[in-house]
Design a protein around this ligand. Structure first.
Ligand code: ADP
Ligand code: MG
Length: 260
């Protein structure tokens, strides 16, 4: 029985709103001469859970990093929560405070405690008073089920626990959108489930999520849409059932035959 079945997830209960959270139009990006993203068009509604799949090097990370401007695009438009991403730094700050991101390597500050990792951005970016920031941090550490680790340092935690701290740390900024870039790829198998469980809970609470992941069980159970990328393009997208059972393009079929 898959983990999602154990938790009896009902995807149809996860509501998608008409409101647009992210709109990407004719977006192109180059690294020097290399045309890494080609004519990306993507509309994400609030409450959607999108899984992005595709072979290594297909541009998945670059695409989601463009959404909070960790990378710059050169052509086309990206609008996040009604704000267009441009070279205007004010816009970038606004987007970054509304879009949380979790990476494969958790990127926690090793010299700060778990609690301090979680209060840093709220205190310095949002100017939240320390006591309040700590209360918020404890709330989210409880949510990811590790409040008892608050006083420890990242190096004292398992990989799965560190990733859950990274998720809690993002949530402390009260993001409206969460981006995940292979959050379970660096974890031992027994720790993958605890991180996916945390992500499933977020989905159930209505978080808008874009997840690059190879966890196709998660995609089937949680995503309302799977996007397949290859060579810098969105080749195909569909609801999971259709995507897995009836892939349209040869590239998608080949990819699925290799991973399933
Ligand atoms: P994925 O996440 O799907 O594996 P990436 O978005 O990381 O793909 O990379 C897409 C392509 O862009 C790859 O060919 C990669 O080598 C290249 N690339 C990624 N980052 C850079 C960079 N900073 N400079 C130049 N090329 C890069
Ligand atoms: Mg990647």
């Amino acid at each position: 029985m898959s983990l999602a079945e154990q938790r009896s997830i009902d995807r149809t209960q996860m509501k998608v709103s008409d409101e647009i959270a992210i709109q990407i139009t004719n977006m192109n990006k180059w690294y020097g001469e290399f045309h890494v993203l080609r004519d990306i068009n993507l509309t994400v509604h609030r409450g959607e859970r999108i899984v992005i799949a595709g072979p290594s090097g297909s541009g998945k990370s670059t695409m989601i990093r463009c959404i909070n401007r960790l990378e710059e695009h050169q052509q086309g438009k990206i609008i996040v929560d009604g704000t267009e991403l441009s070279s205007d730094l004010k816009n970038v700050d606004k987007i970054r405070s509304e879009v949380g991101m979790c990476f494969q390597h958790f990127n926690l500050f090793p010299h700060l405690t778990i609690l301090e990792n979680c209060t840093l951005a709220p205190m310095w970016v949002r100017k939240t008073p320390k006591k309040e920031a700590e209360e918020i941090a404890m709330h989210f550490l409880e949510k990811v089920k590790i409040p008892e680790q608050a006083g420890k340092y990242p190096g004292q935690l398992s990989g799965g626990q560190q990733q859950r701290v990274a998720i809690a740390r993002s949530l402390c900024m009260k993001p409206r959108i969460m981006l995940f870039d292979e959050p379970t790829s660096a974890l031992d198998p027994e720790m993958i489930k605890e991180v996916l469980d945390t992500m499933i809970e977020l989905a159930e609470e209505g978080m808008t999520m874009l997840c690059v992941t190879h966890e196709m069980g998660f995609a089937r159970q949680v995503a309302n849409r799977v996007i397949f990328m290859d060579q810098g393009q969105i080749v195909e997208q569909n609801e999971p059932e259709e995507f897995f059972n009836n892939p349209k393009s040869e590239r998608t079929k080949l990819f699925l035959s290799q991973i399933l």
